[in-house]
Design a protein around this ligand. Structure first.
Ligand code: SF4
Length: 215
């Protein structure tokens, strides 16, 4: 896709979405990382509900270790995969204390070596907290970017590297949120609201659909 067209797409998305930022509520880099881990296969809303009380008591890895796995589970039991997530968060907190002086490392390889932190979580963290522009790919970003025709990919890792190479620098930091929020509100998985979408003239999915329907 031509650079000019990509720029137009992100201009329109940024007009539609005035605040392209995370919907997760957090207190500091540590609580943000915990929230992102909790958000895997769960909604931001359910994570915010569970962490509302948790983050009043726990804001550091030390406090999380003191809270312990059992009590952590009781805070997050409404969230999917909470058993596994509790284990990972306690192990991660111990590693942060023992190895990183209770700070979160900034290097991507160090981030993904932490329990419960995969490529997507590490990229989200780098983008939000460290201001390193990364386009983390979740189900919305993958679907929307392929539908629009920004990329033609078969897996999240390829999608991320392709998006990071084609999106103009000025949109890189906000691209992840713009694509997610567009996917949640308009370009929905089952019934995309194409008739109400500002990208209708730019989107390849729609033009393919029209061509197909006209045959
Ligand atoms: S035109 Fe339809 S498929 Fe394309 S981005 Fe908009 S909602 Fe999604």
């Amino acid at each position: 896709m031509h650079n000019l067209k990509i720029d137009k797409i992100f201009k329109k998305l940024s007009n539609d979405i005035s605040q392209p930022k995370t919907e997760l509520k957090y207190k500091n880099p540590y609580t943000f990382l915990v929230s992102v881990i909790l958000s895997a296969q769960s909604t931001d809303k359910s994570v915010n509900l569970a962490t509302f009380d948790l983050f009043r008591k726990v804001k550091t890895p030390e406090a999380m270790i003191n809270l312990g796995e059992k009590k952590l589970k009781s805070h997050i039991k409404t969230i999917g995969l909470f058993n596994n997530k509790s284990k990972n968060i306690i192990s991660l907190s111990k590693i942060l204390v023992d190895k990183y002086n209770s700070k979160i490392p900034s290097a991507f390889n160090q981030l993904i070596s932490l329990p419960g932190v995969g490529n997507k979580t590490a990229s989200v963290f780098q983008n939000e907290i460290l201001n390193i522009p990364r386009v983390a790919v979740d189900t919305h970003v993958y679907r929307v970017s392929n539908r629009i025709g920004l990329v033609k990919t078969n897996n999240p890792d390829d999608t991320q590297s392709k998006l990071e190479s084609i999106i103009p620098k000025k949109w890189l930091k906000s691209a992840h949120h713009l694509l997610i929020l567009h996917g949640r509100k308009t370009c929905k998985a089952i019934k995309p609201k194409c008739d109400n979408c500002s990208l209708i003239k730019l989107c390849e999915y729609k033009s393919k659909k029209i061509n197909y329907e006209n045959k």
